[in-house]
Structure formats: C-alpha cells, structure tokens
Write a protein that binds this ligand. Structure first.
Ligand code: GLU
Length: 288
C-alpha cells in the first residue's frame, strides 16, 4: 500500500552539504514528518565524472549529525541502470524517444531549440537519446509557488534522456526514481523548477503518477548568488545546533532563543508541529 505521504531528499554527491542544501533537506523533512509521512534519501550518483570521492558518505553523516533520520535504505542511482534502460526502451517503443547527433553548437546555431524527431538518426555510439515534447503546456499547482505552466516545445524542445557518453540524464533518472519509490511530495529548490516541467513530462509519457511539487526559495549570499557547491559554498561546520537553529529561523519558524542550545533532535521535534509552507509561499530567495 502506498503511504499517504512520502517525501525525499536527493543530493548529488559532488561535495558536502552546505547551508543551502541543508535548508532544502530540513524543509522537506519537516513537511514529511508533520504529515506523519516517510522521508527517504536518494544519492544522485548518475554522473561519475562530477562525483567527489567520499562525498556521499559525508552527506549521509551530515544529515545524521543534524538529526535528519531517513526511512528505509538509502537509494543510489548507480543501482538503477536497468530501470532507466527499460523506461528508455518504453519511450522508444512509443515513438517518443529518438537518437540524435546534433551537437550543442549546432543547436545553438539553430536558435537553441531542438526541432524534435525530424532530426532522428539511427541508433549508434556517440549519439544522445532525446525525448520529444508536446505543443500542449505542462502545468501543475506548486505547493509553495502557486499555478505553474510551461510549453516545452517553445523552450529548448526535445531534451536529452541519455547522454552521448552513455550516461542517463538527470531528467529521466529523477522522474523514474520518484515514480518507482512512490514519492508523493517533492520539496526542493526553485532552481529546479525548469526541471520539474521536464520530469512531469517524462512521468506523463511513461504513464506514471505525478507527485506534488513545492519549490523552496534558494539561499543566496550577500551578492545575491545562490549558495552552491560549484561556487564553492562552505561545507557545514561542526556547530550543528547553531546551524540547525539558523535554518529554522530562515524557514520562518521563529524559534525561541533557548532552543539554540538544544540538541538537533530536540530542535526538530519542536519544529515538526510548527512547520508551515505558507510563510514561504511566493518566496524565491532567502538571504543568509
Ligand atoms: N540532485 C539534485 C541536487 O543535488 C537535486 C535533485 C532533486 O531534488 O530533485 O541539486
């Protein structure tokens, strides 16, 4: 039986967690626990060249150190290649997925929008697989940001689901993992909103149930830049109580000062019944 609520946190092991990724983890954890739902962790190790040795274990330890305990076994995308292959074959059988040889440069010379299956080529090495898109807009009601809509055909057009180097693309893997894990609620950063339209399209094409999505504001630095691993955001330090307290404050929970010195489990237990999505609705950025 599918639980009424199943959430998840899905970090890429390209480095340790920073305060921005912790904010996402805490918000999705609180949303799940308040609903008495499950909260899973999935390591998105789809792209070995981008991975940093040991980062997956560091992330899991950081989650535990901040009291964020997950349900069930940690999932790893490297275990899921058979499922991705089966989904890709289904999409090809449906006539939705096709091989393509257009390079990024050729595409940008043509205005950046992929023309769709007219550019299909025979299967072969060094060829990407793309998913055709529709003229019909993809829409959904965001739990925090309200109604959303995008027409993928007017965006970049057909998108990559398996890269020319043979690695499966994030859009396919993430959509399929969420569907296969029975995820009902995805709370993640608003920087992934564009991906959500593509992942919904993947699920629709595969005939899978859609989760609900809520896009959280991203944490930005003094220059308004998103905290990110690629931009060298500092890893979380050892002062887990203070870091968690500041995160609860950023999430507009107004924690009382006395809570700052409590251990992380106590802070989270305080926060679970008080968490609300509403104070963050429409908010796209939080300043540290
Ligand atoms: N793996 C992605 C990241 O670390 C997040 C994916 C998701 O939450 O769907 O940015």
């Amino acid at each position: 039986m599918t639980p009424a609520y199943c959430g998840r946190f899905a970090p890429t092991p390209s480095g340790p967690l920073h305060r921005g990724s912790l904010l996402t983890a805490v918000a999705s954890y609180l949303d799940a626990r308040q609903a008495q739902g499950q909260w899973q962790v999935r390591i998105e190790d789809l792209d070995p060249p981008r991975e940093v040795a040991g980062a997956a274990d560091t992330i899991l330890r950081q989650l535990e150190d901040h009291g964020l305990t997950w349900d069930g076994a940690v999932q790893y995308q490297h275990d899921r290649h058979d499922a991705y292959r089966t989904a890709l074959e289904q999409l090809r059988d449906q006539g939705m997925a096709f091989y393509c040889q257009l390079s990024r440069r050729q595409l940008s010379e043509q205005g950046g929008r992929h023309p769709g299956p007219v550019a299909a080529v025979q299967p072969g090495p060094d060829r990407a697989v793309r998913l055709a898109v529709s003229e019909t807009p993809v829409s959904f009601d965001d739990l925090l940001q309200g109604p959303q809509q995008a027409r993928l055909s007017e965006d970049d057009g057909a998108f990559v689901i398996r890269r020319r180097d043979g690695f499966y693309a994030y859009q396919l893997a993430c959509a399929l993992d969420d569907a296969d894990s029975g995820i009902t609620h995805v709370l993640r950063g608003i920087d992934l909103l564009d991906s959500t339209f593509r992942q919904l399209w993947v699920m629709d094409c595969l005939g899978r149930a859609r989760p609900q999505y809520g896009h959280l504001p991203v944490l930005v630095d003094d220059n308004g830049e998103k905290l990110s691993k690629s931009a060298g955001a500092a890893a979380l330090g050892h002062d887990t109580r203070d870091t968690l307290f500041r995160t609860l404050h950023l999430l507009r929970l107004a924690p009382p000062d006395a809570l700052r010195h409590e251990d992380c489990a106590t802070q989270l237990a305080w926060a679970v019944p008080r968490w609300q999505r509403q104070p963050l609705s429409g908010c796209r950025q939080l300043r540290d």
